[in-house]
Design a protein around this ligand. Sequence first.
Ligand SMILES: *[C@@H]1O[C@H](CO)[C@@H](O)[C@H](O)[C@H]1NC(C)=O
Ligand SMILES: *[C@@H]1O[C@H](CO)[C@@H](O)[C@H](O)[C@H]1NC(C)=O
Ligand SMILES: *[C@@H]1O[C@H](CO)[C@@H](O)[C@H](O)[C@H]1NC(C)=O
Ligand SMILES: *[C@@H]1O[C@H](CO)[C@@H](O)[C@H](O)[C@H]1NC(C)=O
Ligand SMILES: *[C@@H]1O[C@H](CO)[C@@H](O)[C@H](O)[C@H]1NC(C)=O
Length: 439
Amino acid sequence: MASLSLLPLLLLTTCTVRTQGKRRQVYFREEFEDGDGWTKRWVQSKHQSDYGQFQLASGKFYQDKERDKGLQTTEDAKFYALSTRFKPFSNENETLVVQFSVKHEQGIDCGGGYVKLFPAALNQEDMHSESQYYIMFGPDICGFGNNRLQVILSHKGKYHENNKTLKCRINKDTHLYTLILRPNATYEVKIDNQKVTSGGLEDDWDFLPPKKIKDPYARKPRKWDERQQIEDPDDKKPEDWEDSEFIPDPDAKKPDDWNEAMDGVWEGPLIPNVKYMGEWKPRIIDNPNYQGEWIHPEIDNPKYRPDPTIGHYHNISVLGLDLWQVKSGSIFDNFLLTNDEEFAEEVGNMTWGLRKDVEQQWRELYEEMEKQKEAEETKKKREKERARQEDVWGLDEEDEEDAEEDDEEEAEGSPKQEGSAERASLDQKEAHIDQKDEL
Ligand SMILES: *[C@@H]1O[C@H](CO)[C@@H](O)[C@H](O)[C@H]1NC(C)=O
Ligand SMILES: *[C@@H]1O[C@H](CO)[C@@H](O)[C@H](O)[C@H]1NC(C)=O
Ligand SMILES: *[C@@H]1O[C@H](CO)[C@@H](O)[C@H](O)[C@H]1NC(C)=O
Ligand SMILES: *[C@@H]1O[C@H](CO)[C@@H](O)[C@H](O)[C@H]1NC(C)=O
Ligand SMILES: *[C@@H]1O[C@H](CO)[C@@H](O)[C@H](O)[C@H]1NC(C)=O
């Protein structure tokens, strides 16, 4: 364990390395390895007086209690606005990799799990949800099925959402999110070091008007035959086709007292026609004149101008957590901004990759124990309720009140005790996992 945990630290110190002629740049990296040190690097916005507070924590389940610490949201139904500054850089001629991990261990219902990159001009003390940013990237969750992975890129002062809808992970484990923007205007998005999508910036965002448009002067010829099948014009109804569903009853007789002058012409009652064959329809044949679907011809869009500056940002200098969360508890960690895709993948392996299995095992144990605890509590409550109902018949009113008070005290005192018992029990299991891990 000890030797493994040193590796990321060694990597951290090698900030500029030449790889294939390109200089590796690590513009920003934050892994919260120095206790309270982060409080000097991160700035709390004062734009609002009631922003939620972040704390440094590894949460309920993790692989390494110290190393897996990150920034955790601590207050429900709050806005959060915290940011950190680094030396300004431009990605004009460089790949930009934005990477971080986030763990929604609270079981997130509605809230942001994304980061924003800002220009150097941002006043961090005044950062808020309307502050102009360059890039917003990460999970944005609200409601069932609405778990988007946002990639919003600004261009000439306007924000553009990605056209392809990407889904983020909503389970309670830590996940690694990676956005890669390349200088040739291509991009890639990865979750847990696996590609989830890639393509061209121009194709998947509405930065520019479309390259081609429908020719406004082209019209479908009036005689264009788009009918794939038609009724056979040569098919004729057979002469003996019975297509009357009802016929006059041959046995009906005009009543003797029928007075045509007063009652009108007598019409006998109708009965179902036993020979009825249904409505006759000509058979359907392939249309010999079918011309295919008419395709509107396209022309080059006169409004389209290629723009080589798409996805280029200058003086990128602040990374911010500017979010709203209903249920708090998300933990952000392992922030990385670099120009080196492979390095980012390696860092992902050394951080998220190293913790994921143990963390997941522990999360499963934790959930199992929560379930057991709940089942026990339900059982206890039911027993208590039964005991109370039996008592009612044997107690006078005064005694009954006393009994209720006792119950309340017990209810207030009990969660704490059970909490610490659960923690002790978890610690035992943790030790167990650690042992397994070392084998
Ligand atoms: C990117 O490269 C072009 C062409 O070499 C150069 O003019 C420009 O200054 C470079 N941009 C940055 C931010 O280095
Ligand atoms: C863009 O750059 C990447 C990485 O250098 C390369 O793999 C890809 O083929 C390039 N795409 C285009 C369309 O130039
Ligand atoms: C993105 O989606 C919008 C709305 O569906 C569509 O009009 C537009 O053509 C799409 N843009 C690209 C680049 O696919
Ligand atoms: C970047 O910041 C420097 C110094 O603050 C400024 O001189 C320069 O104009 C900025 N560049 C851009 C493209 O915003
Ligand atoms: C990261 O880990 C995966 C899975 O073990 C491996 O395939 C990949 O080569 C690693 N990447 C780097 C850059 O080390």
